[in-house]
Design a binder for this molecule. Sequence first.
Ligand code: HEC
Ligand SMILES: [Cu+2]
Length: 401
Amino acid sequence: MSGWHKRVESAKLLKKRKFANEVHDTDMVQNRFFYNRNLRFTFLGTLLLFISSCASGRLDPLKPVGQNAKDIDGIMRLSAWMAIAVGLFVGAAVIAVIIKFRVRPGDDPDELPEQIHGNKKAELTWTLIPVVMLLFLAVATIPSVFDLHDKGDGPTIQVTGQQWWWQFSYDLDEDGQSDIITSNEIVIPVGQEVNLEITSNDVIHSFWIPQLNGKKDAVPGRVHHWRISSPVPGIFYGECTEFCGLSHANMQVRAVALEAADYKIWQESQLAKSSIPTGEAAKRGYDLFGVHCISCHVINGVYEGAADGNANLASGVAPNLTHLMSRTSFAGSLFELYNEDQSVNIADLREWVRNAPGQKPSRPENRQGMMSFAEILNGPELDDIVSYLQTLGGKPPLMPS
Ligand code: HEC
Ligand SMILES: [Cu+2]
């Protein structure tokens, strides 16, 4: 049983149990949960642990790398420090007032403190201080907000959200035709502000690589402009942040920043078309691919039938596989394409081709996500197809560290 199925089964079990409890004793369940201190603290503690685990790892907006992310971080820190200062001041004032004006032994319990309602000086003071603070914040942040929408000096890349992966297209000669189409990983040159034109083929998604910039929605029928940049080479991780259906949580993304020379090499290699493989197993896999896979996938130079959004899918587009092996991940960056020793992750790749919906929740019956081939392809056929897939494109320019 895969991890996913286990989770589904245990969720079902939990639901059943909960339901049984509710039928017999709704109040008991509620009381137990909300009024039992131990349970409540355990719950809060676990929640805190979960939240604190978000702070480390690959999706950390508190460790900005790109200029836009740094700008946003600066705004966030400035506002946070101002809020903390106000919070500390108010907290200290409350404590001071409580101590200074407490009822002492011998005080008349009916005596009211001096009433200052309508005191002009006091009212003006606590109106003007926040106004000045907010004005200061506005002057400090508004230019950055506008700045985020400027056009950059780097190349323009089309970013398209799909259920549940990202597609990136590069129109190098600006003739309106994509020259490079890839998925999961957006490759950018170091030190240049890359212009993104973000849209969607199906539902609303949101593009977010926290170390490079904030979030930008991908809305069908609209193009949103956005910029990302990195001053250093590296791989930066992201997530779709607009709920987009079943596998929303599995819709990840990576940005790969390359030095100018490496970027050029990557671009040229991506322009190469595929050809019929020479190895025996790969050739058999190539033939099988032509029977089972080309209603959705394009491989430039050999299988172009499904091009131009004609794939048998709700979004009309499946990942272009021409340079599959030049990526570090697949299926919305949910799986690594290479093991730590840099050998191909054949196990996950084979299981994906055999039964994609078992690896990543989807609704192929509704043309959302890749269909299962568990009942269609036998073991040797799967091996042949995986042999063929491994001939598609060169090695990735950078590996995850
Ligand atoms: C009904 C359409 C459809 C068919 C047929 C199909 N696929 Fe897919 N395939 C998809 C979609 C959609 C995705 C992206 C799924 C995701 O990331 O959630 C995908 C993803 C992939 C990926 C990962 C690519 C990447 O860049 O992430 C591979 C590899 C793949 N398919 C191989 C195959 C092979 C081999 C076959 C034939 C045996 C096949 N597919 C048949 C729709 C299809
Ligand atoms: Cu999404």
